[in-house]
Design a protein. Structure first.
Length: 487
C-alpha cells in the first residue's frame, strides 16, 4: 500500500484552534494576527504548506464567533412575550416539572410578530406531556442566555446552543406539527413501548431502552450511578460499540444479498435511520458517519485510512455544530477511538488460545480507551473507575450479547410467539447485565473520586501525545509517514 497523507487531521486541528479562539478573543486581534501570518506565509516559501490551515482556522473562527456570540433573543431579555415553536427534543422530567427544547419560529409582543430562529428551553409545571414535533404556543418572560452567565444551568444550556429559557404554564397546542420530528417521535415511542411490553421486567426494559435507543428516562438514579461506579457508563451511552454491533447484525441478516453495492447502500440507510432514532447523539453521529464512509469506500472498492476518516468525521461534526466543542461526550468518544487506534495495537500479544486472545483483547481495548480519555476524567469528571478491567471482562460481553438480541427483538417485534420468546431471552440477558454490574459497583474501592485539575489534565494530555508518537514510530510505514506529517 502506498504511503498516505492525512490532510483532514490538519484541518481538524485548525478547526479546533479557530473555535477555541472565537470563544474569548476579539475579532480585531484575530484580523491583525491573520494579516501578519498571511504575510509571513507569502514571503517564506517553507510556510506555504500551512496556508490552507490558516484559511480553515479563520473560517472556523468566523463560524464560532457568530455561533457563540450572536443571540437572537438578546433584545427580548427579561420581557414578556408570546412564543411559537416546535419541540425538537423529547421532554424530560426534573424536580419542578417538565423541560422541553424548542426551535422557536415566532415571537409576539401583542402588537407585532417577529419571525426568529433559535433554540429555547421551556420549563413548565403542566402535567400534560407534549410530543416531539408538536408546534405549541406559550406565554412567558424571556431569560436570554449568554456565555458570561454564571448560573450552572445557564452554562449547561449555553453549551448546548440554547439561547434562552422561559417559565410558562400557559401552553397551547396548535394544529401544526413538524413532519420529520413528529414521525420520528412516533417511531421512537413505538420501539420504546414494544421493548417495555415484550421484555416485561421494568428495570430490564429501562436498561434495554437506554442501551438500544439512548433513552435513559426510565432508568432510576441508583442504577445510573452503579454503571458510573463500575466503569460501565460507556455501555449506557449509545456510541460506536452499538453502531458496530448494528453493522455486524445487518451484515449477517443481509448475507444473502450478493450485490455488495445494494447491501452496503441498505446498511447505510439503516445506520442513518438509527442515528436519528437515537436523537443524533454526538458519539452515534461519529460512529455512523465513520461507518458510512467505510461502507462507501467498500462499495467503490477503495482503500480507506481510519485516521483520515476519524479526522474528517471530527471536522465535519464541529463545523455543523460548533457547540460540540463544549460536549464532553463528543471528546470522550473521539479520544476513546484514538486510544484504540494508536495505543491498543502496541499491547497486542497473540497466543494460540482463542479464549486467551479474546480476554486479552477485551482488557487492552478497555485500558487503551481509559488511557486516552484520562485527560477528560482528570480535568472535568473527577472520578476514575478502578474495576473497569473486570467490567470489560464480565458486564461488557453480556451487554454485547444483550444488544444483539435487543436489535433482533426490534426487527421481529410484530411477529407473534417469536417476539415473546426473544423478549424473554432479552429480559434474562439485560437482567444479567444489571446483576453483574451491581455486583461490581458494590465493591468498596470500585472507583476513586478527586477534585478535577487542569494541571492533571495537561500532564495526562502530554503523556497521551507522547504515547501516540511512540506508537507511530513503531507502526507500519504508511501510518508512520502519514501521522508524522502533522506531529
Amino acid at each position: 500500500m502506498k504511503s498516505q497523507t492525512v490532510p483532514f487531521v490538519k484541518i481538524a486541528f485548525s478547526i479546533v484552534i479557530g473555535l477555541c479562539l472565537s470563544i474569548g478573543i476579539d475579532y480585531h486581534f484575530i484580523i491583525a494576527t491573520s494579516i501578519v501570518l498571511a504575510m509571513l506565509i507569502y514571503f517564506f516559501k517553507p510556510l506555504r504548506k500551512w496556508d490552507y490551515c490558516l484559511l480553515v482556522t479563520l473560517l472556523s473562527y468566523v463560524i464560532g464567533y457568530v455561533s457563540f456570540h450572536f443571540n437572537p433573543f438578546q433584545n427580548a431579555d427579561q420581557q414578556f412575550y408570546e412564543w411559537k415553536g416546535v419541540i425538537i427534543e423529547k421532554g424530560q422530567k426534573f424536580s419542578k416539572g417538565m423541560k422541553y427544547i424548542l426551535q422557536i419560529q415566532e415571537v409576539s409582543n401583542g402588537i407585532e410578530v417577529d419571525h426568529v430562529n433559535g433554540k429555547l428551553l421551556l420549563l413548565t409545571k403542566n402535567s400534560e406531556e407534549y410530543q416531539l414535533g408538536e408546534v405549541i404556543t406559550f406565554k412567558g418572560k424571556c431569560n436570554a442566555i449568554t456565555k458570561d452567565d454564571t448560573s450552572f444551568w445557564d452554562k449547561i444550556s449555553y453549551k448546548r446552543g440554547i439561547h434562552a429559557s422561559v417559565w410558562s404554564n400557559q401552553i397551547t397546542k396548535t394544529a401544526e406539527y413538524a413532519t420529520g420530528y413528529y414521525y420520528l417521535g412516533k417511531i421512537q415511542n413505538y420501539f420504546e413501548n414494544q421493548i417495555v411490553s415484550l421484555i416485561g421486567d421494568a428495570k430490564a426494559a429501562a436498561l434495554a431502552n437506554g442501551i438500544l435507543l439512548g433513552d435513559k428516562s426510565l432508568m432510576d438514579k441508583e442504577t445510573r450511578n452503579e454503571f458510573i461506579n463500575s466503569g460501565a457508563a460507556h455501555i449506557l451511552a449509545v456510541s460506536g460499540l452499538h453502531v458496530s454491533i448494528l453493522i455486524f447484525f445487518l451484515n449477517f441478516v443481509m448475507r444473502f444479498i450478493r450485490s455488495n453495492k445494494i447491501k452496503y447502500s441498505v446498511m447505510i440507510l439503516f445506520l442513518i435511520f438509527y442515528a436519528f432514532l437515537t436523537g443524533l447523539n454526538p458519539a452515534v453521529v461519529r460512529a455512523v458517519f465513520m461507518g458510512c464512509l467505510a461502507l462507501i469506500a467498500k462499495m467503490l472498492n477503495r482503500n480507506y485510512f481510519i485516521v483520515n476518516i476519524l479526522a474528517f468525521s471530527f471536522a465535519f461534526q464541529l463545523i455543523i455544530d460548533p457547540f460540540l466543542i463544549f460536549h464532553l461526550g463528543f471528546w470522550l468518544s473521539y479520544l476513546a477511538v484514538i486510544g484504540i487506534i494508536f495505543i491498543q495495537p502496541q499491547m497486542i500479544i497473540k497466543t494460540k488460545n482463542k479464549i486467551l486472545n479474546w480476554i486479552h483483547d477485551n482488557i487492552t481495548v478497555g485500558i487503551s480507551a481509559q488511557i486516552a480519555t484520562l485527560p477528560i476524567m482528570l480535568g472535568f469528571l473527577g472520578k476514575f473507575p478502578l474495576l473497569f478491567v473486570v467490567t470489560n471482562l464480565i458486564t461488557l460481553p453480556l451487554s454485547i450479547i444483550a444488544t444483539y438480541v435487543g436489535f433482533f427483538l426490534m426487527f421481529i417485534a410484530e411477529i407473534p410467539f417469536l417476539n415473546e420468546i426473544v423478549g424473554y431471552i432479552a429480559r434474562l440477558l439485560f437482567s444479567s447485565v444489571l446483576i453483574t454490574n451491581e455486583w461490581i459497583a458494590d465493591f468498596t474501592y470500585s472507583n476513586i473520586s478527586f477534585q478535577p485539575s487542569f494541571s492533571g489534565m495537561l500532564i495526562s494530555l502530554i503523556i497521551l501525545i507522547g504515547l501516540i508518537i511512540l506508537s507511530v514510530k513503531k507502526s507500519p510505514k504508511e501510518l508512520k509517514n502519514s501521522v508524522l506529517n502533522i506531529i
